[in-house]
Design a protein. Structure first.
Length: 141
């Protein structure tokens, strides 16, 4: 008696609808993860901005800023959300590798890496100048 899998044509009997549903299902976690990383980045930035506005500091007292009021928040606002975004992108690359290694559907995860990588770079290039030079450097005198 033959075992299932001895014949290469056994896989032809698999239901195409089942295969399609498995493919569709593999996109959902990847898209959810990418949206979650972007949302976590924005949420962490918003929380830091609100806390900085509540705490206050010399920049707000001088009138040069409204929500990044001290040097600590000049560092926290770009760096903490940047770290969230960077580690989120790196974890996406790790998930791609794990899916690939286990012969899973890794393509959706790779696609989300191509979403998260530019997002991370955009966040870092647009906000890291605050960490390097401060808020006052961009304010005309």
């Amino acid at each position: 008696m033959r075992e299932h899998g001895d014949n290469p044509h056994d896989y032809d009997d698999e239901d195409p609808l089942d295969r399609l549903q498995k493919k569709e299902y593999s996109w959902r976690p990847a898209v959810t993860y990418a949206v979650g990383v972007i949302a976590a980045t924005l949420l962490s930035a918003l929380v830091i901005a609100i806390i900085g506005m509540i705490v206050g500091g010399p920049n707000c007292d001088a009138g040069t800023s409204t929500f990044i009021c001290s040097r600590a928040f000049e560092l926290a606002f770009p760096l903490i959300p940047g770290a969230v975004s960077l580690f989120g992108a790196l974890w996406g690359f790790w998930m791609t590798y794990v899916r690939w290694k286990n012969f899973g559907n890794w393509r959706p995860w790779l696609a989300m890496c191509w979403v998260l990588m530019p997002w991370t770079l955009a966040w870092m290039t647009s906000t890291f100048t605050i960490a390097m030079f401060g808020v006052e450097s961009g304010t005309p005198q």
